[in-house]
Every structure is written in structure tokens, then in C-alpha cells.
Design a protein around this ligand. Structure first.
Ligand code: GDP
Length: 345
């Protein structure tokens, strides 16, 4: 959208705001596409709601704004608690803003599922960045399942892109459950590591290193400098043992210090060069297409599962059959068939 059209839209949004507290339908879509941050927050609230009417509105909204998304780069970020993820985002975020990007930060925190605490503890994080113009930060949605959290984040990515955000960071806690989900929704998956934290791999499973498109060692300042160089060599060697990426990309180990502001330009340039090369060889678009299909299939699977779980007859029979399976009076396979028959009856 050009600037004059954009400001006309904003004026229209302001007029609407004077009349209504919350926007809906086409008004919400128009406000969102004009880059109105409140509209974006409201739209994500709709996506995150479990009410059926909200879900329907969210689906309609996404469908409307989908073709109007801005071209974007989606970066996934993971690492164990304390590695420096939020500090990284603060520092890297400033660099992104200086390069003229608009940044949205979304989180996937499996520990934020209802009743459990949140490892990412979003409220106090990234305080400076969250007050900057052109930045939108949203904590992890809560849901009963990781699949539910992930679906909501996927939909939120689309809404952010429609609102004009061209750099999306999806952050997750490196505790091993949510990485697969994040990998399936980003263009580049960056793993943050500490140098000299004892165990060379810090409980980071080989699978996560294999998924990463890049590694960055954090806190490379003070006495950490020498340790970091050593760790860089170790991780490089470890990466050599992994199978080659099918897109031809070589996973690098980078260094950074949020404290000193070092390494962020290099990381940004590295990501740009990934984007350029993957666009040229077709992997960038191919990957996004595959991800879209994956999201479609995942959404079907999640919704089937939800409907199955909330089916009255299934709810009634499940505990009875579960007891029989536990006591080996019934095979798990027959129990599953009997329950499915109740569902499809
Ligand atoms: P997260 O749990 O992964 O989000 O980690 P945080 O960003 O909250 O950082 C954990 C701790 O590491 C905080 O006390 C930070 O101040 C510290 N930290 C983060 N980045 C750096 C850095 O570049 N250098 C140093 N020396 N400390 C850092």
C-alpha cells in the first residue's frame, strides 16, 4: 500500500475507533492491513480464543488478509533458558530496526499451557524493544496442547505479515518439545548456544542441531572470548558429522555478544545471504509451500482430535475402555476401533 492510501486508511480507522471499542469483520481486516497495532492485537486475540464464533471470525479474517501480506523473513530462535534469547532479540531487533525492518516477535512456550508457569516469562522481557516504533511483541498463547499453541502462532504470523511486519521472530524454549513445531513455520532456524557451559552440547539434542540452519554462541565477551572460539571449533566439528542439508546450505557457527553489540550485523548479513541463495535455488518458496501443506494437514489432525476428545459418547466410554486396556482385558487396537466407531456412528 502506498503512503497516501495508508494514511487515508489510518484516518478511517481512527474514525471507526471513535465509534466502536472493538472492530470486527471487514473493519478489522481494513484496520489490520493499514498497520493498526491495536487491530493486530485484537485479531490475534480472536485467533487465540477457543470460542467457536471467534474461531470462525478468525478464519474469515485470515482468508481476507492472506493475499495482502508483506514479503517477510521468518526466523525461528531457540536455546536453553538463560542462553540469552530475549537479550539477543533486544540487540538483534535494534539492528533490524536500523535496517528499516518492522519486527514482530511471537513466542511458543509449551510451559505456558494452562496451569503451568511460563519459562519465557514474557511480561518483563525485551522492555526497551517493546517500546520501539515498528515492533510488535506477543507472548506465547496458551492452549491445552503444544499443537494448539503452534497453530495459533502460525495464524498470528500471517496476521503480522498482513499488518506490514516484514521480519518475524518466533522464539521458543530449548527444552526439546517445541522445536519441531517452530522449524515447520520458519525460513531459518537459529540455535543459540553457550560457550563453556560444561557439557559441550548442553542437553541440546543432536536432533535440534540437525534441524538448525545456523548456530550462534552467545555472551562472547570478557573472559568468554577464548572459550567461545574453542566452542565454535567443537560445534563446527560436531556439525561436520551430521548429514548435509538438502538445500546445499552449510550450517555455520557464529559468535555474538548482546552486551557489546558484537556479531549482530554479521548474523543479519548471514541470514540475508541465506535468503538470497535459497530464493535463487527455489528452496525458499518450495519450503514455504511445503509448510503450508503441513499446516493444512496439522490443522485437520488437530481438529479431528479435538472433536474426538469432546464427543460425548467417546468421553463416556474412554475411561471404561482405558481400564480394560490397562488390565489387558481388551487389546489397545480393539479399544481404539470401538471408540472410533462411537465417534463415526
Ligand atoms: P533467555 O532465558 O534465553 O531469554 O536469557 P536472557 O536473555 O534472559 O539472558 C540470561 C542472562 O544472560 C541475563 O542475566 C543476561 O543479562 C545475560 N546475558 C545475555 N546476553 C549476554 C551477553 O551477550 N553477554 C553477557 N555477559 N551476558 C548476557
Amino acid at each position: 500500500m502506498d503512503n497516501s492510501k495508508n494514511s487515508a486508511h489510518r484516518a478511517a480507522v481512527d474514525r471507526l475507533r471513535n465509534k466502536q471499542r472493538f472492530l470486527s469483520g471487514n473493519d478489522l481486516a481494513q484496520a489490520l492491513m493499514a498497520g493498526d497495532i491495536r487491530a493486530l492485537a485484537e485479531a490475534i486475540t480472536l485467533v487465540e480464543s477457543s470460542r467457536a464464533d471467534h474461531q470462525k471470525q478468525a478464519e474469515e479474517l485470515i482468508n481476507t488478509v492472506m493475499p495482502h501480506r508483506h514479503k517477510s523473513f521468518r526466523l525461528g530462535l531457540t536455546g536453553v533458558p538463560g542462553v540469552g534469547k530475549s537479550t539477543f532479540i533486544e540487540a538483534f531487533g535494534q539492528h533490524l530496526l536500523s535496517m528499516g525492518h518492522k519486527l514482530a516477535v511471537l513466542a511458543i512456550d509449551p510451559s505456558s499451557q494452562r496451569s503451568k508457569g511460563s519459562i519465557l516469562g514474557d511480561k518483563t522481557r525485551m522492555e526497551t524493544l517493546s517500546q520501539s516504533e515498528g515492533v510488535f511483541i506477543r507472548p506465547s498463547p496458551s492452549a491445552d496442547s503444544l499443537g494448539g499453541v503452534a497453530r495459533k502462532t502460525r495464524e498470528s504470523i500471517i496476521l503480522c505479515e498482513a499488518a506490514g511486519f516484514d521480519y518475524i521472530i518466533v522464539e521458543t524454549v530449548g527444552v526439546g518439545q517445541s522445536e519441531v513445531e517452530v522449524k515447520s513455520m520458519v525460513d531459518f532456524f537459529l540455535l543459540l548456544m553457550l560457550a563453556g557451559a560444561g557439557d559441550e552440547l548442553q542437553g541440546i539434542k543432536r536432533g535440534i542441531m540437525e534441524m538448525a540452519d545456523g548456530l550462534a554462541i552467545t555472551k562472547v565477551d570478557g573472559q568468554n572470548g577464548t572459550l567461545a572460539k574453542q566452542a565454535q571449533r567443537n560445534y563446527k566439528n560436531a556439525l561436520h558429522l551430521l548429514p548435509q542439508n538438502e538445500n546445499g546450505w552449510i550450517t555455520e557457527v557464529m559468535l555474538c555478544s548482546a552486551l557489546q553489540g558484537d556479531g549482530f550485523k554479521e548474523i543479519y548479513d548471514h541470514l540475508r545471504s541465506f535468503e538470497e541463495r535459497m530464493t535463487a535455488n527455489g528452496f525458499f518458496d518450495g519450503n514455504r509451500m511445503e509448510q503450508s501443506l503441513h499446516w493444512m494437514k496439522q490443522t485437520i489432525a488437530n481438529q479431528l482430535q479435538d472433536r474426538f476428545n469432546s464427543h460425548p459418547e467417546v468421553q463416556l466410554q474412554m475411561p471404561i475402555l482405558a481400564e480394560q486396556v490397562k488390565s489387558a482385558a481388551l487389546s489397545p487396537f480393539r479399544a481404539a476401533r470401538l471408540l472410533l466407531e462411537k465417534f463415526f456412528a
